[in-house]
Design a protein around this ligand. Sequence first.
Ligand SMILES: *[C@@H]1O[C@H](CO)[C@@H](O)[C@H](O)[C@H]1NC(C)=O
Ligand SMILES: *[C@@H]1O[C@H](CO)[C@@H](O)[C@H](O)[C@H]1NC(C)=O
Ligand SMILES: *[C@@H]1O[C@H](CO)[C@@H](O)[C@H](O)[C@H]1NC(C)=O
Ligand SMILES: *[C@@H]1O[C@H](CO)[C@@H](O)[C@H](O)[C@H]1NC(C)=O
Ligand SMILES: *[C@@H]1O[C@H](CO)[C@@H](O)[C@H](O)[C@H]1NC(C)=O
Ligand SMILES: *[C@@H]1O[C@H](CO)[C@@H](O)[C@H](O)[C@H]1NC(C)=O
Ligand SMILES: *[C@@H]1O[C@H](CO)[C@@H](O)[C@H](O)[C@H]1NC(C)=O
Ligand SMILES: *[C@@H]1O[C@H](CO)[C@@H](O)[C@H](O)[C@H]1NC(C)=O
Length: 379
Amino acid sequence: MCNRTMKKLHLTMLLVILYCFVPSSTGSYPSTRTVYYLHTSPTTWMGASETCERYDGHLVKADNVTSLRADFQTLDIQLNRKYKFSNLTSKVWVGLYKAGGKELMWHKCHNVTNVDNIYGQLSSSSESCVSMDTNYQLSPTKCTEELPYICQVDEGQCWFLPVENKQFKMASNETSTDGLNECAKKCRNRDRNNSIECWAFYVDSSNATCHLYLTSERHTYLLNSGSYLTASVDTTVYLKVCVGGDTSSMKALSSAASYPALANCTHYKDEDSWLEAVCYCDCDQPPIILSPEYLVLTPEEKIEKIISELLVDASNTSASFRKLNSIDDKRPSARSIGSLGIILICLVFGGIVLLDLNVLVSHISALIGTSKDSNSNKK
Ligand SMILES: *[C@@H]1O[C@H](CO)[C@@H](O)[C@H](O)[C@H]1NC(C)=O
Ligand SMILES: *[C@@H]1O[C@H](CO)[C@@H](O)[C@H](O)[C@H]1NC(C)=O
Ligand SMILES: *[C@@H]1O[C@H](CO)[C@@H](O)[C@H](O)[C@H]1NC(C)=O
Ligand SMILES: *[C@@H]1O[C@H](CO)[C@@H](O)[C@H](O)[C@H]1NC(C)=O
Ligand SMILES: *[C@@H]1O[C@H](CO)[C@@H](O)[C@H](O)[C@H]1NC(C)=O
Ligand SMILES: *[C@@H]1O[C@H](CO)[C@@H](O)[C@H](O)[C@H]1NC(C)=O
Ligand SMILES: *[C@@H]1O[C@H](CO)[C@@H](O)[C@H](O)[C@H]1NC(C)=O
Ligand SMILES: *[C@@H]1O[C@H](CO)[C@@H](O)[C@H](O)[C@H]1NC(C)=O
């Protein structure tokens, strides 16, 4: 019995891995998850930008205050106000800068698109860097000033927060006859169309109807749930969450340069090309947020760390795993996980599957025969 369970577990992991690495094939792209890291140790703009780059992030792209504020508020609500993103207590560095003293860019290689007050201010200012105050106002700032900073990593997929015994007050924007899983996928994978996208769904179980709710206001159903949701016994609405975050007081890398040079963007992949690589799978796991302290390690150090985490006494594993995650996350059933997390999990469990491949192949037919009964238990 135990043996069979193990085999089944391994087969599941294999399927998860295969499913994870099948890329999404749509032509344009849905939202991906944005992870913000608030670094509380002050440093210069160059030190901040190099620290973010060290883990493939960039200084926060604060080009739309409305959506940034919505993300920060969601972060505080989601994480039980544990992190003070929406109530910053000091100025922070953001990614806007004047490369080589002339060309305006968002760190590292995003062209400036909005025509906004700050761009004019920065153009005519003698400063080349930009900070954001506690009211989300941007202003040119001397690059050698030392400030806390926010790094941004765009990776992984959005997930859905189930809210039980609730129903939407208003009619849905779109319906179809999909079941729960298909409905979730439809909402998550739906392309952004003029920034209108699906931010919530629910399935009417009486006639299996999938209802999608569309809006251009990021996270609004979650932030203003009082105005959108009403009590309703035995129905569950699912609200999309596209944000994650953590704080860190790690020491910033020190930078040799004082002012941002012209960026070499020759090999920069723009947003759409990395979005294409985002994998979609139905892992029933909360998204993993790796801490910056872990992310800045070299590959060798990471491997060493993973191995030492794996070798820890089993009774200690969850505590040390949490240290790695640095997040105390009590959400009931999150539905996705960042790509880094998937790679980690696939590496760890993929190894087990490969070791077991012979056994696995020879037992697949037996498994298919015996899985009918247990399939009805799972989904
Ligand atoms: C954040 O600040 C606003 C007003 O500035 C206040 O109403 C709110 O309670 C604060 N939130 C937290 C979590 O401190
Ligand atoms: C950004 O601007 C530069 C020069 O202004 C241009 O060559 C480049 O194609 C632009 N990149 C994007 C992604 O628009
Ligand atoms: C979705 O429907 C609501 C009312 O049910 C409406 O206020 C909103 O504008 C609609 N959204 C879109 C994108 O059509
Ligand atoms: C995008 O929205 C427009 C109207 O706002 C609509 O005509 C068009 O069909 C939409 N495209 C997609 C792919 O949904
Ligand atoms: C599904 O049932 C609800 C009431 O339970 C009803 O309002 C709705 O119109 C039905 N939808 C379809 C597509 O039949
Ligand atoms: C900011 O983003 C929202 C969508 O989240 C959009 O509706 C709004 O027009 C944007 N504002 C600016 C100034 O681009
Ligand atoms: C930019 O970087 C690429 C390699 O990534 C290099 O081949 C190229 O010469 C660099 N361009 C400049 C202007 O430094
Ligand atoms: C468990 O972890 C704690 C703190 O991380 C450590 O002090 C302790 O020695 C560990 N116990 C075992 C059995 O590894």
